[in-house]
Design a protein around this ligand. Structure first.
Ligand code: MF3
Ligand code: CO
Length: 249
C-alpha cells in the first residue's frame, strides 16, 4: 500500500530534510585526507542532537551507526571506521534524520582531495542522474519513467546502474512503498500521485552493475572493484511536480 501524505506531514518531513541538508553541507567542509568516517559519524550524532533530531538508522534492523559511510568500491551500507580517508578516495555518507517523528533520507558522495578524471566523471554523472530522475517524478507519470530516465542517461555515459538497491517510499518508517528502481521501462510501474513521498537514490558504478555482500551482512561492493557513487534526495509529489525535501541549496 502506498501511503499518501498530507501537506502537514510533508511540512514535518521538510523540517527533517532541512536539518539533514545542513548536516551534509557541514560534512562537505570536513572531508579531506586524514579524516575518518568514524569522526564524521560522531560529528553527525552531535549535529543532530544540537538540532533536536535523532539518527533513524541507528538501531534500524540492528544497524549500529548514525551514518552509512561507503568508500570507493563500496556501493552502500559501509560502516563508519577509524581508518583515515586518503587523497583520491570517494566516500558516500548516507543518513536518515528523525525530527519529531518525521523522517528524511539523503546520501551524498564526496571526493577526498583530488580524484582522477574518471572518478570526477562518475560523481558528475551520478548527481546529474538523480536530478534527471527527479524531473520525471510528477503526477501522471509512472515510477518506471524515473528509472528509465536515470538508466538511459547513465548508460549513455558508459557507466552502470546498480540493480540490487533501490529508492523507496518514506514516512514515519524508513522503508515504505513504492519501490523506486533506478532502471526500467517508461510507462511501467505505479502511477505517481500527489502526496507520495519517496527517495530517489541512484548508485552508479564505473564498471559492471553487479554487487556482492561483505561478510558483515551489510556492506555491498562492486564485484569488479570499480568505484561506485550515490546521490539521494527525499522528494514529495505535489500537483505542480516534485519538491526536494533534502535540498542543500
Ligand atoms: N538510508 C538508506 C536508504 O537510502 C537506509 C539505510 S538502512 C541502514 O535506503 F540500516 F543501513 F541504515
Ligand atoms: Co539513504
Amino acid at each position: 500500500m502506498i501511503v499518501l501524505k498530507s501537506q502537514r506531514e510533508i511540512e514535518a518531513m521538510k523540517k527533517a530534510g532541512e536539518i539533514l541538508a545542513a548536516c551534509h553541507k557541514e560534512i562537505a567542509n570536513l572531508i579531506k585526507p586524514g579524516i575518518t568516517t568514524w569522526e564524521i559519524d560522531q560529528f553527525v550524532e552531535t549535529f543532530l542532537q544540537e538540532h533536536g533530531a535523532t539518527p533513524e538508522q541507528k538501531g534500524y534492523k540492528g544497524y549500529q551507526y548514525a551514518t552509512c559511510a561507503s568508500i570507493n568500491d563500496e556501493i552502500c551500507h559501509g560502516f563508519p571506521r577509524k581508518e583515515p580517508l586518503k587523497e583520491g578516495d570517494i566516500v558516500t555518507i548516507d543518513m536518515v534524520v528523525n525530527y519529531n517523528g518525521a523522517l528524511a533520507d539523503s546520501a551524498w558522495s564526496y571526493a577526498v582531495g583530488n580524484v582522477s578524471s574518471e572518478v570526477e566523471h562518475l560523481l558528475k554523472v551520478t548527481k546529474e542522474a538523480l536530478y534527471k530522475g527527479i524531473e520525471q517524478a510528477k503526477p501522471g507519470n509512472r515510477i518506471g519513467d524515473i528509472g528509465h530516465a536515470i538508466q538511459t542517461y547513465v548508460e549513455s555515459e558508459g557507466l552502470s546502474v546498480v540493480r540490487d538497491f533501490i529508492g523507496h517510499g518514506i514516512g514515519t518508517v524508513i522503508h515504505e512503498k513504492p519501490d523506486v528502481p533506478h532502471y526500467g521501462l517508461p510507462g511501467k510501474g505505479p502511477r505517481i500521485k500527489e502526496g507520495m513521498v519517496f527517495t530517489i537514490e541512484p548508485m552508479v558504478n564505473i564498471g559492471m552493475f553487479f554487487s556482492k555482500m561483505d561478510a558483515n551482512g551489510w556492506t555491498a561492493r562492486t564485484v569488479d572493484g570499480t568505484y561506485s557513487a550515490q546521490y539521494e534526495h527525499t522528494i514529495a509529489i505535489t500537483k505542480d511536480g516534485p519538491i526536494i525535501l533534502t535540498d542543500q541549496d
